[in-house]
Design a protein around this ligand. Sequence first.
Ligand SMILES: [Zn+2]
Length: 74
Amino acid sequence: MPIYEFKCKACEGRFELLISLSRVNEAMCPVCGSNDVKRLMSTFAAHVSGHSSSHSSNCAGCASGHCGSCGCGH
Ligand SMILES: [Zn+2]
């Protein structure tokens, strides 16, 4: 089940929900309880796109194995 990030229009809070796509419209803010929320682009999906492989521990894309340059998040 995917994680979606939402922004609450009522309290301006951001939160993430593990929810199926068919139930996204039922999402509500855990802070104020409003269901006036907007789904944001997932940060996870943004990381994956443009990367062919998924790194588990060490980064294969940079020599040091600890990277702030190749964008893999390690
Ligand atoms: Zn809220």
